[in-house]
Design a protein around this ligand. Structure first.
Ligand code: FAD
Ligand code: PYC
Length: 414
């Protein structure tokens, strides 16, 4: 793979950009791989990347039924933070956030990581207490956050209305090194690096069955024929229940639509990410100038990849209350993704009842920020059989009642 650099750009400029290579290859599937990963979203690609980079396992195929990054990875609002309450969560999300800091250099691909700061508004006394508690927990965990007063909120976000009609801003949990990254670039950067290691990324290849021999996984059936493997990773987000059923087990996961929308592009007006979880909306400004807006998940299970209309109204209402200037913006487009929700709002990174088969799911509404850390940890779990970062996130926690409850403390009111 030719490296991207300022010299490469200059060289190509001189020869009419005729020498750029395709970022990743599109090979025909082989008959057998050491490892197959189902799902070329961020988590599947990051798992493959770290299998190669950290463990030297490169006879790997990533199978994708659509196009890579076309699931939730290319549909999210790109918020990156690690201000979780429970220790196992803080460990994996902070590992992930720190990997984002150097991802562009590691992948030789600009993922536009922008540590512009993430602010979660406290608009009730209960939220103040909750976020103060999280800030204390984060201090013990080595995660840098602080609880800031309303005056500082207004200084950081001049367009905010801190005297809201229903819920005034009473303070905020502030993570200065949280931020955003370009979601497609994260998928593309990993795909390019995996392809460079000789891995096969096979798009338009739907897994339709899981094959077993002697009680162990032996391969998959796909829309492009059967493929053998020694180990299988299921990393399919909202379709985890469907694929797990093919492998013969059930998951404590529900699939619902979560949606987002963007406004027309406007001049720079807000250089931090703001989440208002009581009124239920969040907003940041993209590099193109669009206001990127998200709200709540649908209250019922579905696979529509669209989301229900009343959520758009609720979200926009919440944001008009928080940022009155939003009332004068035109909204350009809206979309949805199918997110995989667990009861404790924590992910599952685990061995499964089928030997050789591993699962990575349950990131729900918050897994973009976790992509590099999850890939690192999942690769370790698949290569070595355990990982300190995944120990607490096994399927057995649902049997044993060892939940990692982030349903309130995660700060996203989903
Ligand atoms: P995906 O990117 O969905 O990848 C799974 C892939 O598996 C898909 O490409 C799918 O086509 C493929 N697949 C499924 N079934 C099969 C099959 N049978 N065979 C082959 N391939 C298959 N998280 C944050 O941290 N911050 C945010 O701001 C944020 N905002 C969000 C906003 C919205 C609107 C949505 C929908 C999500 C948001 N999230 C956010 C959550 C985040 O997007 C997801 O948790 C994360 O992208 C999940 O990545 P993934 O790789 O597990 O799944
Ligand atoms: O997890 O930070 C998050 C998030 C923001 C929007 C959706 N998820």
């Amino acid at each position: 793979m030719k490296r991207y650099s300022v010299f490469a750009v200059a060289r190509e400029a001189l020869r009419h950009h005729s020498g750029w290579q395709r970022a990743w290859a599109s090979p025909e599937p082989k008959q057998r791989y050491d490892v197959i990963i189902i799902g070329a979203g961020g988590h599947g690609l990051a798992t493959a990347y770290h299998l190669g980079k950290n463990h030297g396992i490169t006879n790997v195929a990533v199978l994708e039924k659509g196009w890579l990054g076309g699931g939730n990875t290319g549909r999210n609002t790109t918020i990156i933070r690690s201000n979780y309450l429970q220790d196992p969560s803080a460990a994996i999300y902070e590992k992930s956030r720190s990997l984002y800091e150097t991802m562009s250099q590691d992948l030789n691909y600009n993922v536009m990581f922008s540590p512009r700061g993430v602010m979660m508004l406290a608009q009730t006394e209960a939220e103040v207490r909750g976020y103060e508690r999280t800030a204390h927990a984060n201090a013990l965990q080595g995660v840098q956050t602080e609880f800031i007063p309303p005056k500082r909120v207004k200084e950081l976000v001049p367009i905010i209305n801190i005297d809201g009609p229903r819920y005034p801003v009473l303070g905020a949990l502030w993570q200065a090194r949280g931020g955003t990254a370009r979601h497609d670039a994260v998928a593309w950067g990993y795909a390019r690096a995996c392809s460079d290691m000789g891995m096969h990324i096979i798009q338009k290849c739907e897994v339709t069955g899981v094959r077993t021999a002697g009680g162990k996984v032996s391969g998959v059936d796909t829309s492009r024929g059967p493929i053998d493997c020694d180990k299988l990773g299921i990393v399919v987000a909202g379709h985890s229940g469907v694929v797990a059923q093919m492998a013969g087990f059930r998951l404590p996961v529900e699939s619902v639509a979560l949606q987002a929308l963007v406004s027309e592009p406007i001049k720079p007006c807000m250089d931090v990410v703001v989440m208002a979880n009581t009124v239920h909306g969040y907003m940041s400004q993209s590099d193109k100038g669009e206001m990127v807006i998200g709200g709540g998940a649908d209250g019922y299970n579905n696979y529509t990849q669209r989301g229900s209309f009343h959520h758009i109204e609720e979200t926009v209402r919440a944001l008009v209350e928080t940022f009155p200037m939003v009332s004068r913006l035109k909204m350009l487009r809206q979309w949805g993704g199918i997110v995989d929700m667990t009861g404790d709002r924590s992910p599952i990174l685990s061995k499964t009842p089928l030997e050789g088969c591993f699962i990575n799911c349950g990131w729900g509404t918050g897994g973009f920020k976790a992509i590099p850390g999850s890939g690192w940890a999942m690769a370790e779990l698949m290569a070595r059989g355990s990982s300190p970062l995944t120990d607490a996130f096994g399927l057995n926690r649902f049997r044993e009642g060892q939940f990692i409850d982030e349903s309130v403390a995660a700060g996203v009111a989903h």
